[in-house]
Ligand binder design. Structure first.
Ligand code: PEP
Ligand code: MG
Length: 579
């Protein structure tokens, strides 16, 4: 009998193969007391283990195939850096001395403390760092406990053509999987914004995360099908199902291969409407991909990366140099820089200690522009660098999480002050630099007409807009099921925002994940969206759908979607019309 399990689709495509269950990364750590005369010995054990764990990671990094996405090397570098962090190298030593306990136990206690802090975070991206802490500490613990590195970290031909099923995966796991010719993977944990998800997309292999209890139903060597497009795992498929998926797999491959030729095609709908298709970037490894896929520019540059895994805040020069690097890669294409969007979680990296306090609802707390306005020391160097860089290429400033007009006014005042300072010092900048805002909370969507009068452009951040509209924490597994981009309330807010932009004659883009979801493209065109900003990996697929879409027809359907009873009806409406 075929069994179907549903998870979260994070990387498209279909894989058919035999399952390989990865061993649990559970490590049994016991506490024992040590005599004070053995403290130095215990500290030495910790130092040695960290050194060996770093060696292991470096060896993996050195063997990354040249075809591998640079994202993966970046993630391994992040783990290497974490192994230098005092939270890992020094804090356990303090615990050893204070508790007179063994090094493993001290490291475990420290890991639990750090993981707790991460779990409280509002920001989806940062909260997934909890997984990184676990992966890094477990590697060190395995060395201390004389456990072998995990089997799949070794080149192993037997994994060729297998589908990996695991509780969770580390970036190093994913690299080794590429060596080992793995077809796809599925994990029990992780969400759409987890590293595992990001890496799967970079590797271009089908992947599903968050399939709870998958290993209860799937045994080693079971024949399974991973439908990464729909987030479905089929266990023990019968012949009929198998041949259906084989056909879909062939069609899928043909389709992906055919997308490459669209790189230089203009993005126009079948009825001749021009669409601006931009890319979202974050890591330095993303910079070059923008031109590679023929994007018209960058609609969202997430700058949080500049603040991660470090002790000191980046200064104005570092910001400036980074923006100059991005512009060099873009070679004249427009760049939209989103100002810092950290949450109430900022003390974690040790760079913004003592700013704000941990509150019960961090997602509703001091984050993004709220934090920036409260902490000019954080905000001004970034703004100054952006404004200076604007002398060298087309740059726009984008403000995240706007809630009211006063925030816009305050940001404008700071920008004007900086411009005056620069003028006095005869430092060049673009006097007409465009300033836009993200529509990410229902308040700003409902009042988009008011905001539109003060801003040069708007960009809809659906990841947050959906979280706040549905009143669900986007990183909370228990309420993930309510995260519904097609809910009529979300569609109405998007529609209101687009209309407000039209009325004020300013462009409205969308840069949240919804813009890169092929199931949403026609709906968004029908709602009036004419600017999309999506991850480079999805750009050509979205372009293809746009080129094949008829806006008149999409508009007619979108009108009905706005009156639909629920999100399922909206999906059906568009699915039926494409048959
Ligand atoms: C969004 O909220 O849709 C968005 C693009 O911002 P982030 O995902 O970085 O919060
Ligand atoms: Mg956001």
């Amino acid at each position: 009998m075929t069994i179907l399990l549903q998870g979260v689709n994070v990387s498209r495509g279909i894989a058919i193969g035999h399952a390989h269950l990865l061993q649990n990364d559970q490590i049994d750590v016991r506490e024992y007391s040590i005599h004070s005369s053995h403290i130095d010995e215990e500290i030495q054990r910790l130092n040695d283990a960290i050194g060996d764990a770093r060696q292991q990671l470096r060896a993996i990094r050195d063997h990354i195939p040249s075809s591998t996405s640079a994202d993966i090397a970046a993630f391994i570098d992040t783990h290497l850096l974490m192994m230098e962090d005092i939270a890992i190298t020094e804090e356990p030593k303090r615990i050893i001395k204070e508790r007179l306990c063994n090094a493993e136990w001290a490291l475990k206690l420290q890991r639990d403390a750090v993981v707790n802090v991460f779990e409280e975070m509002a920001d989806a991206y940062l909260s997934t760092r909890r997984d990184d802490v676990n992966h890094v500490v477990n590697r060190i613990l395995r060395v201390m406990l004389n456990q072998k590195p995990l089997a799949h970290e070794m080149p192993d031909d037997s994994l060729n053509g297998r589908i990996i099923l695991a509780e969770d995966l580390t970036p190093a796991d994913t690299v080794m999987m590429q060596h080992n010719g793995i077809l796809a993977f599925a994990t029990e944990f992780g969400g759409p914004t987890s590293h595992t998800a990001i890496l799967a997309r970079s590797l271009g292999i089908p992947a599903i995360v968050g399939i709870q209890n998958a290993r209860k139903y799937i045994k080693n060597d079971d024949l399974i099908i991973i439908d990464g497009t729909n987030g479905i795992v089929l266990i023990d498929p019968d012949e009929c199902i198998q041949s259906h998926y084989e056909k879909r797999q062939r069609e899928d491959r043909r389709y992906i291969n055919s997308l490459g030729r669209l790189k230089n095609t203009t993005t126009k709908t079948s009825d001749g409407i021009s669409i601006n298709l931009m890319a979202n970037i974050e890591l330095p490894s993303d910079f070059d991909t923008v031109r590679d896929v023929g994007a018209s520019g960058v609609g969202l540059y997430r700058t949080e990366f500049l603040y991660m895994n470090r002790e000191a805040l980046p200064d104005e020069e570092e910001h400036f140099n980074t923006y100059m690097d991005v512009m060099k890669s873009l070679d004249g294409l427009p760049l939209t820089i989103r100002t810092l969007d950290l949450g109430a979680d900022k003390q974690v990296d040790g760079i913004t200690k003592n700013i704000g306090q941990q509150r019960t609802n961090p997602a509703l707390g001091l984050r993004a522009v709220r934090l920036c306005l409260r902490e000019p020391g954080l905000f001004r160097p970034q703004l100054r660098a952006i404004i200076r860089a604007s002398a060298y290429g087309p740059i726009r400033i984008m403000i995240p999480m706007l809630t009211n007009l006063q925030e816009i006014q305050q940001v404008m005042t700071i920008i004007e002050e900086i411009q005056l300072e620069l003028e006095k010092k005869e430092i060049g900048f673009d006097k007409d630099i465009q300033i836009g805002g993200m529509v990410e909370v229902p308040a700003s969507a409902v009042c988009a007409d008011i905001f539109a009068k003060k801003l040069d452009f708007l960009s809809i951040g659906t990841n947050d807009l959906i979280q706040y509209t549905m009143a669900i924490d986007r990183v909370n597994d228990e309420v993930n099921y309510l995260y519904d981009p097609f809910h009529p309330s979300v569609l109405r807010l998007i529609h209101m925002t687009i209309n407000a932009g039209k009325k004020a004659k300013i462009p409205v883009a969308m840069c949240g994940e919804m813009a890169g979801d092929p199931n949403s493209t026609r709906l968004l065109l029908g709602l009036g969206l004419r600017e999309f900003s999506v991850h480079s990996a999805s750009l050509l697929e979205i372009k293809k759908i746009i080129i094949d879409s008829d806006v008149e027809e999409a508009t007619r359907l979108a009108k009905r979607a706005l009156k639909a009873n629920n999100g399922v009806d909206v999906i059906e409406l568009f699915r039926n019309s494409s048959d």
